[in-house]
Design a protein around this ligand. Sequence first.
Ligand code: ADP
Length: 408
Amino acid sequence: MKVLVINAGSSSVKYYLYDMPQAEVLVRGSVERIGEKNSELAHFFADKTYTQQTQVKDVEDAMELVLETLVREDVGVIKCLSQIGGVGHRVVHGGEEFTGSVVVDEAVITSIEKFADLAPLHNPPNLAGIRAVQRRVPDVPQVACFDTAFHSTIPEVAYMYALPYELYEKYHIRRYGFHGVSHRYVARRAAALMGREKYDINVITCHLGNGCSITAVKKGRSVDTSMGFTPLEGVPMGTRSGDLDPAILFYLGDKGYDVNKLKTLCNKQSGLFGISGASNDVRNLVELAEEGHERARLAIDVFCYRIKKYIGAYAAVLGVVDAVVFTGGIGENAVYLRSQICSDMTQIGIELDLAINKETRATETEISADDSRVAVFVIPTNEQAAIANDTYELTGQNEPIASEQCCG
Ligand code: ADP
């Protein structure tokens, strides 16, 4: 069965066509710079690359381009769209309603629309992706995989902010958590690598990419996570501040910063970029730090320190930790940062094999020392494979609408 996975954001749409259940990627690609004059489609299939420069005005347009390209005679990989058995979409916010992936129907669409209030930058493009498929191939079932769903098991004691309770009742202000598809995927892979059942181990998963979040996974279920009501909370990120004293914002308000300026400050001008004043990219920062750039060094130090603090906090939450996992562009590749984060943690059972760590980039590898009580892994995340799996599980019993023959 062919499963199409769509990750639609406001400026890009990424897509993957899988042959399931063997999870073979038949084609993958993206439409970047949506809404700009120089939008570009990049389409990778059978060791070939096809690119097309064109103006794409919005997500719906981008989806049209993707769907057309999939069935083109020269670069397409299927004859007609009805050969697709299911389409899985990454959807950022499922509020308190969704505890797992679901088949999309009108009620699900209404809920995704409703939660756009909580994720105004993400849910609308996610929904535009769903609608575009619905319009082109209304009979192909679609599945929504929510970034928040894996965190629906977080207990009240961990999701409640110490604000007046009415704000939770009235505005649903609570910790939701994000990157759930990734945390779930790597936690399960860690269990598999340890030869254990997914509901058998306690793991601290560190998703460190452009956005960063740490999750405490107890017996396969998320019990706490560093991102909160929005993806701004938690550890510092490329350009996001992560946790800070909210009184800093009141103080800056008194100094004349309005809400929009504060939003930009915390989301776009802070984190690694804000401290270093040089870059949000760890590759650049490591180079600069080696050349003696003090604020690049400081940015890295703050980043690693704050991740270490979360690992310690979640070790306390979990009681027993079986594994720590690093994933995301930084977690998978930034050798030096992994060793800095894990330094001096032998007391809580974490010790790296520095030689193995140094050699490990973006491959599933255990990087802990032989006598480390806690196993430490690098596990490349694969959110699209997780979405393809969920879509297959929820729709795999359906026959595709069309067979190869009927497409002529
Ligand atoms: P996203 O969250 O957008 O999916 P990624 O998970 O790809 O992003 O992470 C992107 C970040 O990963 C980059 O900004 C960079 O800081 C970091 N990164 C990528 N490759 C490397 C590398 N080889 N060494 C160190 N850091 C890297």
